[in-house]
Design a protein around this ligand. Structure first.
Ligand SMILES: [Ca+2]
Ligand SMILES: [Ca+2]
Length: 242
């Protein structure tokens, strides 16, 4: 806890402070703070149209913002998925768009954001712990693509990470394509599992799921919630230290 006493003007005791991250304008121009970059992922696939570059995450009081360098460069059927886990002990173990991606371990995703670049359709698919299944089509996302820098915003309240409080968001991102045979061509946290590398690409996996790529590790982003400052008069300062 930061503590300081100012003798300039009124005596002020600052008991603690933190600030929100940064309000990003979701317009395809990268205005993320440099310190919000979570990954430098460029150049680790065989082809640029299926390659993430730098990836950013931040938040303000209401929204989580994710931005990433990616240019599909006219390729068709390119899609982006983002897994978000915030609720311990819950989550789905399979990809809601039936790509060849599974999830295992303690941090199963509770939400998966998907973008179909061809149709510009996006959805925040949500895990239903009662029905033990994914819920589709309820949550369109403000997600801007197509300029080489893509970015999206998701309300913190929608992913059970609203301020105040301490919230960790487990995040993984992938680039895939439009077919049940497609796996994660590029990944962010799990580079060792991605299906495209500079040396070659595995374009097809069995649709029966027998060779799915299994994700169990993620970036961990801590939501920055403003704790505020407490300013006190001298009398209340004395009261604190009596
Ligand atoms: Ca990459
Ligand atoms: Ca990668």
């Amino acid at each position: 806890m930061a503590k300081a006493i100012s003798l300039v003007g009124a005596i002020v005791l600052v008991l603690g402070f933190a600030t929100y991250g940064f309000a990003v304008v979701v317009d395809g121009v990268n205005d993320f703070p440099p310190a919000s970059r979570i990954d430098i992922d460029g150049g680790d696939t065989e082809f640029t149209p299926i390659d993430f570059g730098d990836i950013y995450v931040t938040n303000d009081a209401n929204n989580l913002y994710i931005g990433y360098e990616h240019d599909h460069d006219g390729w068709g059927q390119v899609q982006v998925g983002i897994a978000l886990g915030t609720i311990d002990g819950q989550g789905g173990s399979w990809d809601p768009w039936d790509r060849r991606i599974d999830f295992a371990g303690q941090c199963l995703p509770d939400f998966i954001a998907y973008k179909n670049i061809d149709s510009d359709y996006s959805d925040l698919v949500t895990w239903d712990p009662m029905a033990m299944g994914w819920i589709y089509g309820m949550n369109p996302i403000n997600w801007v693509i197509g300029t080489g820098f893509d970015e999206l915003e998701i309300p913190l309240a929608q992913i059970a990470a609203a301020c105040p409080g301490f919230h960790q968001v487990f995040i993984e991102l992938w680039i895939t394509q439009d077919n049940c045979s497609k796996g994660p061509l590029d990944l962010s946290f799990n580079d060792a599992l991605q299906l495209s590398t500079p040396g070659g690409t595995i374009w097809e996996l069995p649709c029966d799921g027998s060779q799915d790529v299994v994700i169990s590790c993620y970036h961990c982003y801590v939501v920055q919630c403003e704790t505020g400052t407490e300013e006190s008069t001298w009398s209340s300062v004395k009261a604190l230290f009596r």
